[in-house]
Design a protein around this ligand. Structure first.
Ligand SMILES: NC(=O)c1ccc[n+]([C@@H]2O[C@H](COP(=O)([O-])OP(=O)(O)OC[C@H]3O[C@@H](n4cnc5c(N)ncnc54)[C@H](OP(=O)(O)O)[C@@H]3O)[C@@H](O)[C@H]2O)c1
Length: 330
């Protein structure tokens, strides 16, 4: 059967542009014993993809090789199988790639339990929820009553972090790039405050929302929010460095804050990446499922249509055009 896939054929200079990709038509191969054929239905688009396109071999994961199908996570349905553990009709989740179909032997693929919508899996029980839980609970170790600021709070990771923090009894402040996103954080997700980081009075608004200072900062962006929150950190505060999206499309990284307050305030600043913590995923899925069932976690998916929509659509992550977890429906 013929299907469409998208290969990475050029590395980005700064932004992700259509000439980095080649759309190809491929033929599904005959299955060998132990293999099964997946029709991808939901493909995740993530800011990390920019890093995977770059030649940097000094990162937590090797780059996508030129000429290879672009890497992604996703969910699909098994449409043919020579593996009894992965029967026809079952849904699987794992590294799929920018492709309509793929053949797998099961390595790195997990069956999706029946009854959970695929959007919920990609928004809550996959990378965003796992990253949020790992960063907040295992790195940040929050205590009820503490104040947390989350940047890119209306995004897929940030919205999970804020809601877990609320469920754990924290005072939660989010920053986001539009007033609509800020309103959604407060009205729908129950954040205590949300501030548009493009406001000229960001520092003053943050200080007003955190009269007792900030104990935890979940860093998704870098840039202006980082500087404003750093000023407000309390003694023994913790900064969980998850992402720095404001630097992903720049040639020169922005300057960080001065380090003297790290000593004076005895701050802990820790970076983390999800691939280091795959062993904790079963426990984290259980914890996130519990929040979900208790109605403590809401999610919104921002779906694009058709594989080729990924080529331009991925840039919504860098313009702030995505409202919710960005994904492609195929
Ligand atoms: N460490 C890990 O293992 C791990 C795993 C997953 C994700 N991450 C990181 O987590 C962060 C969020 O990822 P996500 O998947 O949840 O994406 P997302 O938040 O759903 O989408 C990205 C958001 O970033 C904001 N943004 C873009 N450019 C910005 C800029 N220059 N300054 C401030 N905000 C900007 C935009 O929201 P606004 O409209 O609010 O500007 C955009 O909607 C990223 O930095 C990503 O790399 C890390």
């Amino acid at each position: 059967m013929e299907y469409t896939a998208i290969k990475l054929v050029k590395r980005p200079e700064i932004a992700i542009t259509p000439d980095l990709f080649e759309v190809v038509r491929l033929e599904t191969p005959p299955l060998e014993d132990g293999q099964f054929l997946i029709k991808q239905t939901h493909m995740s688009l993530d800011p990390a993809m920019k890093g995977w396109m770059m030649p940097d071999r000094d990162s937590y994961i090797p780059p996508v090789e030129l000429g290879d199908v672009m890497r992604s996570g996703g969910i699909g349905e098994i449409v043919d199988s020579k593996n009894s553990g992965f029967p026809i009709g079952a849904r699987v989740q794992g590294l799929t790639g920018w492709t309509e179909y793929l053949v797998s032997n099961g390595q790195g693929m997990n069956l999706v339990p029946e009854g959970i919508p695929s959007e919920a899996v990609l928004c809550v029980l996959a990378l965003p929820g796992m990253t949020a839980y790992q960063g907040l609970m295992n790195v940040g170790k929050p205590k009820a009553g503490e104040t947390i600021v989350v940047s890119a709070a209306a995004g897929s990771v940030g919205s999970m972090v804020g809601q877990i923090a609320k469920a754990e009894g924290l005072n939660v402040i989010g920053t986001a790039g539009t007033d609509e996103k800020c309103q959604w954080l407060v009205d729908d997700l129950g954040f205590d405050a949300a501030i548009n980081y493009k406001s000229e009075s960001l520092q003053a608004e943050l200080a007003a929302a955190a009269p007792n200072g900030v104990d935890l900062y979940f860093e998704n962006t870098g840039g202006v929010v980082q500087h404003a929150v750093f000023e407000l950190m309390n003694a023994h505060g913790r900064i969980m460095v998850c992402g720095m999206i404001s630097d992903y499309n720049t040639l020169t990284p922005s300057a960080g804050p001065n380090w003297v307050p790290i000593i004076k305030k005895r701050l802990t600043i820790q970076g983390f990446t999800m691939p280091d913590h795959y062993d904790k995923i079963p426990g984290m899925i259980q914890a996130m499922s519990k929040y979900l069932m208790e109605g403590k976690i809401k999610y919104r998916a921002h779906s694009l249509d058709g594989l080729e929509s990924a080529i331009d659509g991925i840039n919504l992550l860098f313009t702030g055009g995505n409202t919710g977890k960005l994904m492609v429906k195929l």
